[in-house]
Design a protein around this ligand. Structure first.
Ligand code: K1U
Ligand code: ZN
Length: 170
């Protein structure tokens, strides 16, 4: 297993559309294990493959609390089948926009179709933090990050702060 470097804004890769996975095999599973290790090390509750430089439609999520057992979830080629009209607001962060947060409104519930770690298909209804997190991660697959929902001025401020943070850590 390996911890992979995380791409940060304004890297143009984060604006690109990720491509569907064609085959779920051991090589892909090894990559997903690396994604999970990278997410835990960050630490984060989700990670999209593009955030570690691979334009593949893959997500990993674990929203288990510190007192709970780990609950890693793998999503390959996820599709949103339904979203609720009711919205939920969450103060979101992003490992590609380190140390910055903003309140983002998203559908409170959704139904997601995806392939799991073994390539089996599921359709799952989600709410709460899982619904927020998967929609945030699916945005990454479509080249969208949470600051894209903010005004151009606010977005610019966030990007400048991240650039400085990255420079200072080099
Ligand atoms: O960069 C990412 O996509 C991961 C992101 C996921 C996310 C967080 C909040 C709302 C929606 C999506 C993060 O994990 S940011 C870090 C974070 O939220 C966190 C880190 C440690 C413990 C608990 C939360
Ligand atoms: Zn993110």
């Amino acid at each position: 297993m390996a911890i992979l470097p995380i791409v940060t804004v304004p890297d143009p890769l984060l604006k690109k559309i990720s491509k569907p996975v064609e085959k779920v095999d051991d090589k892909l599973r090894a990559f997903m294990d690396d994604m999970l290790e990278t997410m835990y090390a960050a630490p984060g509750v989700g990670l999209a493959a593009v955030q570690v430089g691979h334009l593949k439609r893959i997500l990993v999520i674990d929203i288990a609390g510190e007192e709970e057992d780990p609950n890693p979830q793998y999503f390959i080629n996820p599709e949103i089948m339904w979203t609720s009209e009711e919205l939920n607001t969450y103060n979101e962060g992003c490992l590609s926009i380190p140390e910055q947060y903003a309140d983002i409104d998203r559908p409170a519930e959704c139904k997601i179709k995806f392939l799991d770690y073994d390539g089996n298909e599921h359709e799952v209804h989600m709410d709460g933090m899982l619904a927020t997190c998967i929609q945030h991660e699916m945005d990454h697959l479509n080249g969208v990050v949470f600051i894209d929902y903010l005004s151009k001025i606010k977005r610019g401020i966030y990007v400048r702060k991240v650039k400085k943070l990255v420079r200072d850590n080099e």
